[in-house]
Design a protein around this ligand. Structure first.
Ligand SMILES: Nc1nc2c(ncn2[C@@H]2O[C@H](COP(=O)(O)OP(=O)(O)OP(=O)(O)O)[C@@H](O)[C@H]2O)c(=O)[nH]1
Ligand SMILES: [Mg+2]
Ligand SMILES: [Zn+2]
Length: 304
């Protein structure tokens, strides 16, 4: 029987089965997926083979992944943690305040998803608490990201009808990510009466950085629509890629690469005839994107 991993605690798993059940499962022995070295061999979203014994499943095999998204362990142990497997889109919930999401964090997230060929969406939450100047700063960001083809939405998960989000998720498996306290679980709870994730109260999350959601968990909205709530992420460690690969994961820079005099060897630093540098002067590549690119390239502050 084939199953879909809904939740993993490391020692046991909740798995949706083909015949519509939700079963607690264990593994027998050590399972490894060819070519992976991460801390968690079975991830949320994995398709697995199951044997069923006394209403409990035994996972006997992890089926090949369509894709996965992982981030480097912040402790730099060389380990990577797979956040989820087999996803159709990566949705980042961002907030201008309470807490503030930096463009560095947004860009690291987008670059990572892009490097796995996973389409990205940005949802700016907490519209109800934004001042006039927050709204302006937010609009500038949205202009930057929409121009490069990332869909952006503005919502208040506590006040709005979230129909637009439901539409965006329909028929897909979506990873929902973002800093702790941005409202991931609050939003998901609104999508279905069956989702009852804990959310922090206003005082709870703000300064202390405590995480309310501690495990990634997938929820089924209907037979073809799944969402994955994830624990808040403080820092986003970039997975390793070569210096030349990095700017290819900035779509607006990738589009200019062949116009650079040095082509694929151009790192868009101080090379002559660099089309990216020219585009920044003309305003068609955002300076914030370029600055974040440079900081990732030079490995400065690489985990923010
Ligand atoms: N004002 C306002 N508060 C919101 C909104 N969305 C969520 N909140 C509040 O923000 C706090 C944190 O929300 P959660 O849903 O727990 O945040 P989370 O992203 O799941 O956090 P972690 O599970 O720790 O990663 C709660 O007090 C929510 O009520 C919003 O649109 N506006
Ligand atoms: Mg949460
Ligand atoms: Zn260049």
């Amino acid at each position: 029987m084939i199953g879909l991993v809904k939740r993993s605690t490391g020692s046991w798993y909740d798995v949706y089965t083909e015949d519509g059940r939700l079963l607690p499962c264990r593994t027998r022995g050590k399972l490894r997926l060819e070519g992976y070295k991460e801390t968690n061999p079975i991830a949320v979203g994995d398709h697995v083979l199951l044997e069923i014994e006394n209403n409990e499943g035994i996972i006997t095999k992890i089926l090949e992944r369509k894709n996965h998204i992982q981030r480097q362990s912040v402790k730099k142990t060389g380990h990577a943690h797979v956040l989820a497997a087999n996803i159709d889109q990566a949705v980042l919930i961002a907030t201008m305040i309470l807490p503030r999401t930096s463009t560095g964090f947004i860009d690291r997230f987008l670059v990572t998803a892009e490097s796995y060929d996973i389409p990205q969406v940005l949802i700016f939450n907490k519209q109800d608490v934004l001042s006039e100047s927050d709204l302006q700063a937010q609009q500038q960001l949205i202009n930057v990201y929409e121009k490069m083809g990332v869909r952006c939405f503005k919502i208040s998960a506590v006040q709005d009808d979230v129909g637009v989000v439901i539409e965006l998720l329909e028929g897909k498996t979506s990873l929902i990510a973002g800093h702790s306290g941005v409202g991931k679980s609050t939003l998901l709870n609104k999508l279905s009466p069956e989702i009852k994730q804990s959310t922090a109260d206003i005082s709870g999350f703000s300064e202390k950085g405590t995480h309310t959601t501690t495990f990634a968990e997938m929820f089924k909205l209907n037979n073809t629509t799944f969402v994955i709530d994830t624990p808040g992420i403080k820092e986003w460690g970039l997975v390793s890629m070569t210096q030349e690969e990095l700017s290819d994961n900035f779509p607006e820079m990738r589009a200019l690469r062949s116009d650079c005099k040095f082509g694929y060897r151009c790192l868009h630093l101080n090379e002559p005839g660099c089309a990216v540098k020219a585009a920044i002067e003309q305003g068609s590549v955002a300076r914030s994107r370029y600055n974040n690119y440079i900081s990732m390239l030079l490995g400065e502050d690489n985990r923010k």
